[in-house]
Design a protein around this ligand. Sequence first.
Ligand code: SAM
Ligand code: GLN
Length: 284
Amino acid sequence: MKPRIHNQETVETLLAWGREQLERGSESPRLDAEILLGHALGLNRAAIYTDPGKPVTEPCSGNFMALIAARSSGQPVAQLTGRREFWSLSLKVSGDVLVPRPETELLVERTLAHLPESKPGCVLDLGTGSGAIAIAIATERGDCTITATDISRAALAIATENGNMLVPGRIDFVHSDWFDALIDMQFDLIVSNPPYVATGDDTDRATDFEPAEALFSGADGLNDLRRIIAASPAHLVPGGYLLLEHGLGQAESVCSLMKDAGFDAIRSHKDLAGIERVTEGRLG
Ligand code: SAM
Ligand code: GLN
């Protein structure tokens, strides 16, 4: 329904309307409405509060209403604005990539913990999506050599664009089905946030709008984790690290798969929600 609070819509009336519309469709209606109104007006979030009584005319008001309708149907805010912040970097996103999740910053933190600044390493990011992990590492470790892969050419195009914008020339983007195009290549560290949602477990509506190949991985969600863990030892130097993101309840299986593949010093780490989200191991 269109807002009909005043004859002339203003920043304030549109914001209140948008927020009310999202009350049922979003966990953060106020924030979402602010971001989407800012996007429709070409302003940042803070600027929309500097002149709340300012009239908003077409096409801006109509664009905002369309954005609110799309958000109400479950489409992620990041897809509507085309951008998402990760590791304090503004990344381009589209329907071709997973919207980078805040919990993946834990994977970056753990990766950096194994990449001392004094000893530049050779890093592989498997399934790079928007390029989030590889780009975050590149900004923190100027001396690292970084390769990032994806099976999706559309995702690689977005990742390459983000890489060129934020860390030009730093990342080698490679089209590959996991390690298939990396024959004979070895790394000091392999990091991946692979698909790990169990097929059919699509209760999160946001996932309707993201590529299925970025999310789903067989009946128990572990198919890709199994493939990556089994193939990693051949692509790591002795003493090299494998760091993996996974979902709720998968840490035990991932630890045991890593142990079977010859890893030691295996540890899982909890995200801010208290869920074991990242498991790491060293090739013995
Ligand atoms: N690394 C990004 C992040 O953390 O935001 C994206 C992670 S997303 C969960 C998983 C990514 O793995 C997707 O970009 C998907 O296209 C890619 N992928 C899925 N299967 C793959 C495969 N067999 N080989 C390489 N990449 C794959
Ligand atoms: N954390 C994501 C979700 O629950 C899943 C990401 C993944 O499969 N790697 O939607």
